[in-house]
Design a protein around this ligand. Structure first.
Ligand SMILES: C[S@@+](CC[C@H](N)C(=O)[O-])C[C@H]1O[C@@H](n2cnc3c(N)ncnc32)[C@H](O)[C@@H]1O
Length: 230
């Protein structure tokens, strides 16, 4: 694990909401501030409910060919102990407090296949194009200010023929859940994510056709999306 202390200056110039951004878009400063508050309790509050989605995403990554994996929005590093030894993981996140938890986890678990944990913006990483075989974003797409830029950056840094994976909560199409998500949307700055986040806001019609979509328990609240980088 080289370069674990590396940290780059974050560019805030890129924090305008996306064209299709849901209600009450976040910006980088509010994300950093929200996750500074969440870092200490994140695993206890979200670790349980997000566990099945994270496990399925990491299992899917482990089953794919290729060694170099970029985990964007690595957070407190809950997924890090579960990657196959054959994978080499680079994790990035905007929040220094979340990254500090991830670094402590690496040390505590004696994890040897994490190459670097870096303070970087997932929408503009600065990595060379085609640096990775796989990019995975778990519970991140509904948090970033510009999810369409997140996806295009994941596409850029992954080799053609590689894979993009995302596990996320997506807005319900109808019913009581949709109403609840709309009601919660104005609180997105405090929550640190968009409850009213629609899959169509990041995936083109072509993507929606080629993606594998797997509903994840509990109640299909989350979906794992696996997309070839063609
Ligand atoms: C809901 S947490 C998910 C953390 C982790 N992936 C997990 O499965 O528990 C979202 C994470 O995305 C990070 N994040 C949000 N916007 C980001 C951006 N533009 N670049 C990098 N990380 C970002 C937050 O700091 C936070 O750690």
């Amino acid at each position: 694990m080289d370069d674990m202390r590396n940290s780059k200056k974050i560019d805030y110039s890129n924090s305008k909401p996306a064209r299709h951004a849901p209600h009450s878009a976040l910006d980088n400063a509010s994300i950093i501030s929200a996750y500074k508050r969440w870092a200490g309790v994140y695993d206890r509050v979200f670790g349980g409910v997000s566990g099945p989605g994270r496990r399925r995403a990491v299992e899917a990554v482990n089953a794919l060919p290729g060694k170099r994996v970029l985990e964007v929005g690595v957070g407190t590093g809950l997924a890090l102990p579960h990657y196959a030894q054959s994978k080499c993981i680079t994790g990035i996140d905007l929040s220094p407090e979340m990254l500090a938890k991830a670094r402590a986890r690496v040390t505590e678990h004696g994890i040897t296949n994490v190459d670097a944990l870096l303070e970087l913006n997932a929408e503009e990483t600065g990595f060379d194009s085609r640096s990775f075989d796989i990019a995975v974003a778990m519970f991140v797409a509904s948090v970033v200010p510009n999810p369409d830029r997140l996806i295009s950056e994941m596409r850029r840094v992954v080799k053609p023929g590689g894979w993009l994976l995302m596990v996320n909560h997506f807005q319900a199409e109808k019913g009581a859940r949709l109403l609840a998500e709309r009601a919660l949307a104005p609180a997105s700055r405090k929550l640190g994510w968009h409850p009213d986040f629609a899959m169509e806001s990041i995936l083109s019609e072509e993507d929606l056709r080629t993606a594998t979509r797997t509903p994840i328990p509990p109640f299909g609240l989350f979906t794992l999306v696996q997309l070839p980088n063609d």
